[in-house]
Design a protein around this ligand. Structure first.
Ligand code: FMN
Length: 169
């Protein structure tokens, strides 16, 4: 059977979140069944969302939540409400300061995914909600980004594989 489509979407003004996005995509690509697409949010479309089995969204933290560019895209997705149910989601953010609202930013993205009926896997080790970078991502954070991409791709693949082997009756 065909593999899984993993879509990484991000917004970045000064390049920090972009570095994280590239590492997330790299991690997803390490899963051999995954076909990975990485796009800036300004270039992403509703069809991209519909075609994906897994969607990972990254945004800088702006006032404790996702940047307006990402929120605009999320709000546009009301046009396809219902079509994302059962897809796997994940989120990451970069912010300027410790306690600057990174986790609330992650949750702002995950909440929208849950409202779409998507499936979110937490991480019991670290970066529980999604990956956070305070300032430029160091090697640890880039490793966590790769791990996020890999875990999301693996879960999407497991769900797709099991679903296709279920009897329709
Ligand atoms: C409009 C604006 C709002 C911001 N708000 C926050 C904030 O609430 N908390 C924080 O820690 N950093 C805040 N920052 C800093 C950015 O989150 C941080 O510089 C981020 O890494 C930039 O990501 P980028 O390089 O991908 O554009 C803000 C920056 C801007 C431009």
């Amino acid at each position: 059977m065909a593999g899984v489509n993993v879509l990484v979407i991000y917004y970045s003004r000064t390049g920090t979140t972009e570095k994280m996005a590239k590492a997330v995509a790299k991690g997803a690509k390490s899963v051999k069944e995954a076909k990975v697409t990485i796009k800036r949010v300004e270039e992403a479309t509703m069809d991209d969302l519909k075609e994906a089995d897994a969607i990972i969204i990254g945004s800088p933290t702006y006032y404790g939540q996702m940047a307006a560019e990402v929120k605009k895209f999320v709000d546009e997705s009301v046009k396809i409400h219902g079509a994302l149910e059962g897809k796997v989601g994940g989120a990451f953010t970069s912010c300027g300061a410790m306690g600057g609202g990174c986790e609330t930013t992650i949750l702002s993205i995950l909440k929208a995914m849950l409202i779409h009926g998507m499936i979110i896997q937490g991480n019991p080790q670290d970066h529980h909600y999604g990956v956070v970078s305070i300032g430029a991502p160091d090697e640890n954070v880039l490793g966590a980004c790769k791990e996020l991409g890999k875990r999301v791709a693996e879960l999407a693949w497991r769900l797709k594989k099991n679903h296709s082997s279920l009897s329709p009756f």
